[in-house]
Design a binder for this molecule. Structure first.
Ligand code: ZN
Length: 137
């Protein structure tokens, strides 16, 4: 469900409200004072994206296309970018792999980056969907 940011005209607070759908924005109430006089603040940065949404925006094939050729320097750049954006959400260690590649090491894991990425994304999706199933490799 999307989260919208409003200015409450009753208590003057800036509040984030979970709205079932865009058509129900007018029914939103201020979580602080229950006031209904909300003014939507439209700002791209105000929208909090869920992990699931963020993961949906990863174009795995495009990302992996950047790994073609399997050049260690290219891998390092890619792993660092992915790590910066997603390590904390995916529980992956791409930043560590980047460090190792930069240090002249040739991490064997880079040949497995596709598997790792797909697996981590699937796992994070399942978690963010509230699934209680356990997956193991
Ligand atoms: Zn209020």
């Amino acid at each position: 469900m999307p989260i919208y940011t409003f200015k409450c005209n009753d208590c003057k607070r800036k509040v984030d409200v979970l709205v079932r759908s865009r058509s129900r924005i007018s029914e939103a109430k201020c979580p602080a004072c229950q006031g209904a006089d909300l003014h939507q603040i439209v700002a791209k940065v105000a929208r909090v994206r869920s992990t699931g949404e963020r993961l949906d925006n990863i174009d795995v094939n495009a990302e992996l296309g950047q790994l073609e050729g399997k050049d260690p320097a290219a891998f390092s750049r890619w792993a660092r970018k992915m790590g910066t954006q997603f390590d904390s959400e995916l529980g992956s260690d791409f930043q560590e792999l980047a460090d190792r590649a930069d240090a002249g090491d040739d991490p064997i894991e880079r040949f497995d980056a596709e598997h790792t990425l797909r697996y981590r994304i699937d796992q994070a999706r399942n978690q963010s969907n509230g699934s209680s199933e356990d997956f193991s490799i």
